[in-house]
Design a protein around this ligand. Structure first.
Ligand SMILES: Cc1cc2nc3c(=O)[nH]c(=O)nc-3n(C[C@H](O)[C@H](O)[C@H](O)COP(=O)(O)O)c2cc1C
Length: 305
């Protein structure tokens, strides 16, 4: 039997392929298309302490090779999540991570305090990299000192698996990841979307009210692949590669440059069954290539420097 399992922190995943935050809903939305006991897992939409209305329309624009989004973290807040959503998620046997979007250190401490009393999920992915809420000056990812203040000591608040999701748009991400490693985080989710924009030429205005939006999809894959490769050289904790994955070849590229696992976002919006589909294809590939353990693929790329 070929081993496709990976371990991140205390969490064992059946496959190194997860649905990414914002494109996996609350997991419930994936169940008609993917066997939720078979796949590796998913990350929820970002959860904030209080309910968050989100940005003005338009929030999505298709562009060459991908998607611009400016959702603005719309969700009903953590108490609604615990009461109404978590009970529906619990039944899935795959790994389940809660993506948390704090606006302050107090927010983050409260979010973990409220959630850590609950069961039925594996860990947290702390998101300090949302590109769509500039007006609230959420800039932890662009400021090493602010990020350090936010994340210091968070490890002591939970025994669950702890991931940090970072932006490719700020060079600070690499030093922040190193700090997270020192602080005892279990892994780095990289990359979030790239900060980008679009202009409505007819009306001579920006498409998005916020001016900037997050760019995702196949066009970002070579960029994120390189960023992930760089990140794997920077930290020793597992890096979960994200960005533009549409097929098994993309998954293998991320694994070969050293990502322990991957997440799929925009690809899920195109093919909602992609998590199960690519997991099965990975299994078949390993049988065909006679690869007994997924560990043989991770970081196997040859460097001729
Ligand atoms: C519509 C949409 C909503 C997203 N919402 C979130 C979010 O709430 N939290 C988060 O951490 N990332 C969010 N992301 C970023 C994705 O999880 C992922 O990091 C990014 O899109 C790059 O991967 P991809 O090219 O496979 O989509 C969102 C992406 C899209 C397209």
């Amino acid at each position: 039997m070929n081993n496709t399992k990976i371990k991140i922190g205390k969490t064992t995943l059946n496959f190194p392929i997860l649905g990414s935050s914002g494109c996996s809903g609350w997991g419930v939305e994936l169940q008609d298309f993917n066997d939720m006991d078979f796949i590796g897992g998913f990350v929820t939409k970002s959860i904030t302490l209080k309910n968050k209305i989100g940005n003005k329309q338009p929030r999505i624009k298709e562009v060459y090779g991908g998607l611009l989004n400016s959702i603005g973290l719309e969700n009903n807040g953590v108490h609604y999540f615990v009461e109404k959503i978590l009970p529906k998620m619990k039944k899935f046997k795959c790994a389940k991570f809660l993506n948390l979007a704090p606006f302050s250190r107090e927010d983050l401490l409260s979010l973990i305090d409220i959630l850590d009393k609950e069961k039925g999920f594996d860990g947290y992915e702390i998101n300090i990299s949302c590109p769509n809420i500039t007006k609230q000056n959420l800039n932890f990812n662009s400021n090493l000192l602010e990020a350090k203040k936010l994340l210091k000591g968070v490890r002591r608040l939970t025994e669950k698996t702890l991931l940090l999701k970072l932006s490719p748009s700020f060079v600070e991400s690499f030093e922040i990841a190193k700090f997270a490693e020192m602080e005892g985080f279990d892994g780095i989710s990289f990359t979030n979307t790239y900060i980008a924009t679009a202009v409505d030429v007819e009306n001579r205005k920006f498409v998005f009210d916020n001016i900037q939006a997050g760019f995702s999809g196949p066009a970002i894959k070579p960029l994120s692949l390189f960023n992930v490769y760089k990140m794997t050289k920077f930290v020793k904790i597992p890096v979960i590669g994200i960005g533009g994955i549409l097929n098994l070849n993309d998954v293998l590229e991320y694994l070969m440059v050293g990502a322990v696992g991957v997440q799929i976002g925009t690809g899920l919006l195109i093919q909602p069954n992609i998590l199960e589909k690519l997991s099965r294809e990975l299994q078949d590939y390993m049988v065909k290539e006679n690869i007994g353990d997924i560990g043989k693929i991770i970081g196997c790329v040859k460097e001729s420097l």
